[in-house]
Design a protein around this ligand. Structure first.
Ligand SMILES: [Mg+2]
Length: 228
């Protein structure tokens, strides 16, 4: 049986693609809708891609996109992202990520997955760029839902289709935003907050119900009691 199901958020938790998404999105948006720098002042932290796209369209176009327009925009966004991400200078894995996922994935009875607001394709590209894609066999994505709680629920469902997940399986979510914590708890999972995405550790400790708050993922001992 699976003792632990561990889900990781991507941006700010596993890695940072600093600005690559914005560049790709703005190129796609300019091409299809003729407006440059559409992203504006929007803060993407903890939000899902479709939620972000909807807001941009509301602000810049003053309307929602049709299903066909959304599909075309997402497709072009993914293509540009694929062109940009491999050479993007600011890409980085967060401290300790490689050692942690490698350690967890080599531990029997622990299964690793993704929970991200990114579209499936851009999530896969980021993990490949970071050379950590082989640690993750499934996930819930921004292409599944605009709501993070729903994305976590879908990730858990996919895990159940692939592994022996029982009511005794402990589910844990790693994330850098308050939305990750809420989504974890909405699904009966524990939430481990990491302060590598812009929100400080004190905020997580004092203002949220995170089960654990860490400065980063570089100290495996921080987590030893969590994954016994
Ligand atoms: Mg994040």
């Amino acid at each position: 049986m699976t003792k632990h199901l561990v889900l990781f958020d991507i941006d700010g938790t596993l890695l940072r693609a600093r600005g690559a998404g914005r560049i790709a999105f703005e190129k796609a948006f300019q091409e299809l809708h003729g407006i440059g720098q559409a992203w504006g002042e929007l803060n993407p932290h903890g939000r899902t891609d479709r939620d972000i796209i909807e807001e941009v369209c509301r602000v810049v176009l003053d309307r929602q996109l049709s299903t066909e327009e959304s599909h075309a925009l997402e497709q072009r966004f993914v293509q540009y992202f694929d062109e940009i991400i491999w050479e993007h200078p600011n890409f980085e894995l967060m401290p300790g990520v490689e050692a942690l996922v490698s350690h967890l994935s080599s531990t029997p009875e622990i299964v690793l997955g993704i929970e991200t607001g990114n579209l499936l394709e851009t999530a896969a590209l980021k993990l490949r760029r970071g050379a950590i894609d082989h640690f993750f066999t499934f996930g819930g994505y921004g292409s599944d839902s605009r709501e993070r709680s729903e994305i976590v629920r879908i990730a858990i469902e996919r895990a159940k289709a692939l592994y022996r997940i029982t009511p005794d399986t402990q589910i844990t979510v790693f994330g850098d935003s308050v939305n990750d914590i809420t989504a974890a708890h909405d699904n009966g999972a524990r939430a481990i907050a990491v302060a590598t995405g812009g929100i400080g550790i004190e905020h997580f400790k004092e203002k949220t119900s995170a089960d654990l708050a860490l400065v980063d993922l570089s100290n495996l001992e921080d987590l030893a009691t969590f994954f016994q």
